[in-house]
Design a binder for this molecule. Structure first.
Ligand code: NAI
Ligand code: MG
Length: 366
């Protein structure tokens, strides 16, 4: 069997810096765990624009379609802010998501014990938290037609966006959530606003249909998304997997993420339909951006990107035990008090550099 293929797209700003640490981790797994990947590297975002005049070339797009998994750093930066819309760095990322049809966005909110005091909530509320939000990513109000700013024919203007979901769009993301729940706490909470939105009524019915017909063993509940927002900050540990639409998922996943502290800690995965080899189309990336304010200074926290690779091990390569190993190494390093600058409060701890954090995680793996 050939090695699984991994396409790495470091991108801009701190993207290449954090990805360099992931490369060392990947090499460690190849050397120590008999888990070798065929790694290739490409350009995305501003880096691709600088080299090729486009934020993603057709060649790199084709490589991404073929790869068993894609790992991306971050795109963008102030030097690209004035570019025309079609060649803006984020268009490269959006093209990847769209053409790979990555409809399920997985955003874990996991609280490492050593960082529980970093949360804006009380330690008790967040310590041990392990919650997964599954956000529908390719449909809903960000994509529905009609949309636009139009004349209202009475001398004013009207801004329009349309929330639109088909049965199949709801069912496929619901399946992703139920599959995940089976590997975790076996519990799904679906959130919409069926009280005021027809698309929410359909959402609730179709999620229930998938449950009753395909996943009756998983515990399913429904919640209005506004009540869900309250519950996420009141007692987040009541949830295991939350599945919700694109708009609510955008907001709820950002809110849930902040329960656990720094942007530098947050991984994500975007999954699509299974390929011929049974693996889902998959793109893994940290939640943070290119952090131009600290780029090039060796200050970036590589953990978000490293945990994104752990998600790849778990969801693309079925190596949950190796993902656990990597997450435990991160937990160990944090428990030992190793901190990049973003994880330091007012207590005068001396920060380690990006590669210093990589060194510590490699040592913990050994
Ligand atoms: P950002 O996530 O890049 O930075 C926000 C703040 O968090 C900054 O102070 C930054 O220094 C800090 N930060 C982020 N990641 C960090 C890490 N790993 N370690 C330590 N500190 C970290 O978001 P911002 O400033 O709004 O956007 C900067 C650029 O990134 C923009 O061009 C934006 O369009 C782009 N962006 C790209 C994303 C992506 O590639 N998926 C997502 C969000 C923004
Ligand atoms: Mg958001």
């Amino acid at each position: 069997m050939p090695n699984p293929s991994l396409l790495i797209l470091p991108g801009d700003g701190i993207g290449p810096e954090v990805m360099a640490e992931v490369r060392r981790i990947i090499d460690w797994f190849g050397a120590n765990r008999d888990l070798a990947f065929d790694v290739s590297e490409g350009l995305v975002g501003g880096a691709s624009y600088d080299a090729h005049g486009t934020p993603l070339t057709d060649e790199t797009m084709a490589e991404a379609q073929e790869a068993d998994a894609v790992l991306l750093g971050a795109v963008g930066g102030p030097q690209y802010d004035d570019l025309d819309f079609p060649v803006k760095p984020e268009r490269g990322l959006l093209r990847l998501r769209k053409e790979m049809d990555l409809y399920a966005n997985l955003r874990p909110a996991q609280c490492f014990d050593a960082l529980a005091d970093f949360s804006s909530l009380k330690r008790d509320v967040v310590a041990g938290l392990d919650l997964m939000i599954v956000r529908e990513l390719t449909s809903g109000i960000y994509f529905g037609e009609p949309r636009g700013i139009m004349d209202d024919n009475e001398g004013g203007r009207v801004g329009i966006n349309t929330q639109r979901y088909t049965t199949e769009e709801i069912r496929r993301v619901a399946r992703s959530a139920f599959e995940l729940a089976r590997r975790r706490g076996n519990k799904v909470c679906s959130m919409e606003k069926a009280n005021v939105m027809e698309s929410g009524i359909l959402w609730r019915e179709e999620v229930q249909w998938v449950h009753d017909n395909e996943y009756p063993d998983v515990d399913l509940s429904h919640m209005y998304a506004d009540a869900g927002a309250m519950q996420i900050v009141r007692w987040p540990k009541q949830f295991d997997v939350i599945v919700t639409d694109n708009l609510f998922g955008d907001l709820l996943s950002d809110a849930a993420a902040m329960l656990t502290g720094s942007l530098g800690m947050l991984p994500s995965a975007s999954l699509g339909a299974p390929m011929a080899n049974g693996r889902p189309k998959a793109l893994y990336e940290p939640v943070h951006g290119s952090a131009p304010d600290i780029a090039g200074q060796g200050k970036a926290n590589p953990i978000a990107c490293i945990l994104s690779f752990a998600m790849a091990l778990r969801y693309s390569f079925d190596k949950g035990d190796e993902a656990d190993r990597l997450e435990k190494a991160v937990e160990q390093v944090l428990a030992d008090g190793v901190r990049t600058g973003d994880l330091i409060g007012e207590d005068g701890t001396k920060p380690v550099s990006t590669s210093g954090m990589g060194d510590a995680i490699l040592a913990a793996l050994d």
